[in-house]
Design a binder for this molecule. Structure first.
Ligand code: SF4
Ligand code: SF4
Length: 393
């Protein structure tokens, strides 16, 4: 197992993500979880990551069950506060204590504010919710050893958020892989976190499994280098090569995946320049959006004052795959800054050196946003779960 140093801790570079355990009749298949976790621990994995909402609140419990036979100080446990899923202001400390109880522990080695975006940041920082102050108290009381946050917003928000809370956080978990390196500007986020002297944690190194099973055509391009290496191993080796990455989370749900990942993390094998070029070539072939470089030439003349590159980031993300993340980022904008506010004057298209037909793209984005999945719908069942856990009427 490859290990990383983090403030004197020896963390397995492969972190076990517990958001994808297999469900059987609405319950987690505990036998498979136990088998996977036993195997991971035997081969040196010592970092386990869960979150309050994962698998309808059942991930924390299943993980605790699988870990109960191991001494508490033999592994690192990470959990997250669901500020993005609250039904309204709640007793944050009581909710934190629910997670401690479900995880059968009295402290978390790592604790994160879950899913900071342009929308959720308003809740996390609101005085009415006072989340950050409350969770900070848990840190001061020693119930949290290391404090961080997971992040799905854009680089500008990341920079601003870190500046506003300088000295509070020790690590940031971002979505990063060879596709999102450019598609979600993960490179810039990685550089910002590193500049602030914090550790980088990686989630979605295989983009929800999409980079683990490539098309036949793309897979063939990698088989040229090694007939036996899996597509996933290249995605992991890409993020392993980033110096400031301490933990790479993989949401494993089958024993064969655990074995393949353990194999990839047994020793570090840097990518050759040719392998890296091939991965970026594959990334380009997967993109379906527009080639916006973020130069902002288009913004100066926009009569509606729209943040066009931000909107195009959301468009590109939505075009790649239908996830809630770009939709939540659009939720974070005022109505007069959403794509529907574009009046189609065309000034931006004239200014764009990439010849992007911005008004047409924004009209399409507006349609996709309005007809696509909505966070407010997805989160309803979580509201009920939180009310029930806190015994709220
Ligand atoms: S077409 Fe839309 S985005 Fe472009 S300048 Fe006009 S209002 Fe702004
Ligand atoms: S001018 Fe074109 S490339 Fe530059 S930010 Fe605007 S849309 Fe993107």
């Amino acid at each position: 197992m490859i290990y990383s140093d983090f403030h004197g801790l020896k963390l397995s570079r492969l972190g076990f993500g517990c958001m994808r355990f297999l469900m059987k009749d609405g319950e987690i298949d505990q036998d498979i979880v136990n088998e996977m976790i036993d195997l991971a621990i035997e081969k040196g994995v010592n970092y386990f990551d869960t979150a309050y909402p994962y698998l309808e609140g059942k991930s924390e419990i299943a993980l605790a069950e699988a870990l109960k036979k191991y001494p508490r100080d033999s592994y690192y446990l990470a959990d997250k506060f669901p500020g993005h899923s609250l039904p309204g202001p709640v007793d944050n400390i009581a909710l934190f204590n629910v997670s401690l109880k479900k995880c059968n522990t009295d402290y978390f080695d790592f604790y994160l504010l879950h899913n900071i975006t342009e929308w959720s940041v308003k809740i996390y920082e609101s005085e009415e919710y006072h989340i950050i102050d409350d969770i900070w108290k848990m840190k001061q009381e020693g119930k949290i050893r290391h404090f961080g946050f997971s992040f799905h917003g854009g680089p500008d928000l990341l920079e601003d958020f870190l500046n506003r809370h300088e000295g509070m956080f020790e690590f940031v978990q971002i979505q990063c892989n060879y596709l999102d390196w450019t598609l979600q500007d993960a490179k810039r986020k990685y550089d910002i976190i590193t500049k602030h002297g914090l550790g980088v944690w990686i989630m979605e190194p295989c983009r929800g499994g999409k980079l683990a099973v490539l098309s036949e055509e793309n897979s063939k391009k990698l088989k040229v280098f090694d007939e036996n290496a899996s597509d996933a191993s290249y995605a992991f080796r890409f993020v392993q090569g980033l110096d400031n990455v301490r933990v790479i989370l993989s949401g494993m749900n089958e024993v064969f995946q655990v074995k393949d990942n353990l194999n990839t993390f047994e020793a570090y094998k840097p990518l050759s320049d040719k392998e890296k070029d091939t991965l970026f070539e594959i990334a380009e072939s997967l993109k379906k959006g527009v080639p916006c470089t973020g130069c902002r030439y288009c913004c100066q003349g926009c009569p509606m004052g729209l943040n066009i590159p931000y909107l195009l980031e959301c468009y590109n993300d939505m075009k790649y795959t239908s996830t809630l993340t770009p939709s939540i980022r659009l939720d974070g904008l005022d109505e007069d800054k959403k794509p529907s506010a574009c009046i189609g004057c065309g000034q931006c298209a004239h200014a764009c050196p990439q010849h992007i037909d911005v008004p047409t793209v924004l009209a399409e984005l507006s349609d996709m946003y309005q007809s696509g999945p909505k966070w407010s719908e997805a989160v309803k069942s979580r509201h009920d779960a939180i009310r029930s856990d806190l015994d709220m009427k």
